[in-house]
Design a protein around this ligand. Sequence first.
Ligand code: SF4
Length: 288
Amino acid sequence: MKVTLVKPQGFCSGVLKAVSIAKKAKEEHPDKNVYILGMLAHNKTLTDDLTREGLITLNDSDEFAAIESLKAGDVLIFTAHGHGEEIENKAKEKGLIIYDATCFKVKSNLEKIKHEIEQGHQVIYIGQMGHKETNAALSVSKNVSLYDTQLLINYQLITDKNPYVINQTTLNYKSIDKYYSDILEHVPGARIENEICAATRLRQEAVTKIDKDTDLIIVVGHQKSSNSNKLFEIAKSNYPDAFVLMVNDLRELSAIKDIETKRKASVISGASTPQYVVDDIYNYLLSK
Ligand code: SF4
């Protein structure tokens, strides 16, 4: 089979930094329990690798309860997706040693939201309901309203004539314009800033440039990874005749029989997928 690795590959700078912070936390506290408040970045292989290095990933379905279950002196790492101030205060009250692995881009967006709120503005946040990055943004103030990518928004809540519009970093850069048009139709004075991160945008652009005769497109990423899901979405809509699938790793891929009949494959990776997982898949496909 002819196989192309679609670049960029490997961890984005935000995930690279988060991994180095997590490893540093363990190195600096070898005798302590070192916890991560949920997946450091949304990738199962990465989570398993960190577990092997002695880091414990907490179930973050209730972040307050997860923190409550720890004891003073334990180490807690906040994930790359960001977290709310109340969560951080709770960890401090509890006497935990804190490491913050929030991506610089997510952090900068949270600062922008805070600034707008302090200036007396309302904020419209375009994001996926329930995602940690969205939760962190909404937790800044009740004056941040969610424009959910599925459910839209309650415009009655927006009384500011010039609200600030910002977004989750890993949205689909082609689809975001339709949200902007809708917002401007309802609130013509809205001030819009596109904050899709470069790592997300470059990967999405690269997907649209895959050869048209490719009959197999594999996104290597986790189903919770927002940027991987967007790559899958874009590949599906741009290449309706290709077999497009998303897998975590080679084990999942090798269980799929249909790929044996394909002749030309492209492999894309999410921003939190370890490179060695992609390399395994690449070599496997080459052998077909
Ligand atoms: S995908 Fe973008 S926002 Fe997310 S960790 Fe990477 S650089 Fe940061």
